[in-house]
Design a protein around this ligand. Structure first.
Ligand code: HPA
Length: 272
């Protein structure tokens, strides 16, 4: 079956349960699920019940669409997302982005856990993503283009909305949080990087590195969404001493920083 038909079937099923048109979509990264506490939840649908929707396999990702409100804003949250390292094809990774688009999403908020390579970064820092570098990641738009979603050759001069970035800084200032800004380097994982790779990533001009986000952003840009993305720095790549990184450390650091990230997202969404 064609990708477009699969998207339509998924949307059709969702429409049998939820009739709202959320303008805002939120994708929550590893250990960053508590955003849901801010939402007046109207409806939830497990991914497993949506036709063609992939199902998450990573610890810390629960796997459902949550519909609700923040103030008077209708919002849909992806609690759990899909990564290339789980074995999903690029098209599967971005399937939900197409579904969100068809449900009405114009503003997409993305969170992730990332390793810091900027020398001034510390574990627990928040970094708003200004731009990204896609490294060894298969572009999800490879294959026949669906003009209904967007152009064959999308412009990528402003993948992350300058307006939303400015709002992010305003929100952080208002809340009294320090918010870094930088360039996210997307890798496939699932290995964390070697010392040499962290150094290379820094040399190539990035500030943080992670295993998600890039394919979703490409699909979102392709279909005209405004995107805001923020990383929690959960580990520091460049250091000469003992440098073991575990998924547990990443989850712990993300959970610790989560209230701040969540508050910033909420503040921006309320200001839209
Ligand atoms: N590298 C890649 N992905 C990550 C990291 C990292 O150091 N930390 C969290 N996700």
């Amino acid at each position: 079956m064609e990708f477009q038909q699969q998207v339509m079937q998924a949307v059709g099923m969702i429409r049998t349960q939820y009739l709202g048109y959320p303008n805002v979509g939120v994708i929550l990264g590893s250990g960053l699920g508590a955003f849901i506490d801010y939402i007046d939840v109207e409806h939830e649908i497990p991914y497993s019940e949506i036709p063609h929707f992939p199902v998450t396999t990573v610890e810390g990702h629960s796997g459902k669409l949550i519909f609700g409100k923040i103030g008077n804003k209708s919002i849909v949250i992806m609690a759990g997302r899909f990564h290339a390292y789980e074995g999903y094809s690029p098209k599967e990774v971005v399937f939900p982005i197409r579904v969100l688009k068809m449900l009405g999403v114009q503003q997409l908020f993305i969170s992730n856990a990332a390793g810091g390579v900027h020398p001034d970064f510390n574990v627990g820092d928040l970094m708003v993503i200004r731009d990204h570098i896609s490294f060894a990641i298969i572009n999800p738009l490879i294959g026949p283009n669906n003009e209904a979603f967007g152009p064959r050759f999308p412009d990528m001069s402003e993948p992350y909305s300058k307006t939303l970035i400015a709002k992010g800084h305003e929100a952080a200032l208002k809340l009294g949080y320090t918010l870094k800004e930088g360039i996210y380097f997307g890798v496939t994982g699932p290995t964390f990087e070697t010392r040499a790779e962290y150094k290379l990533i820094r040399t190539l001009g990035a500030d943080a590195v992670g295993m998600s986000t890039v394919q979703e952003v490409i699909a979102g840009v392709h279909c005209g969404m405004n995107i805001f993305a923020m990383s929690v720095i959960t580990d520091i790549g460049i250091r000469e001493e003992e440098n073991r990184i575990t998924h547990e450390d990443v989850l712990a650091a993300a959970t610790e920083a989560e209230p701040k990230l969540t508050a910033i997202f909420k503040e921006i969404i309320e200001s839209l």
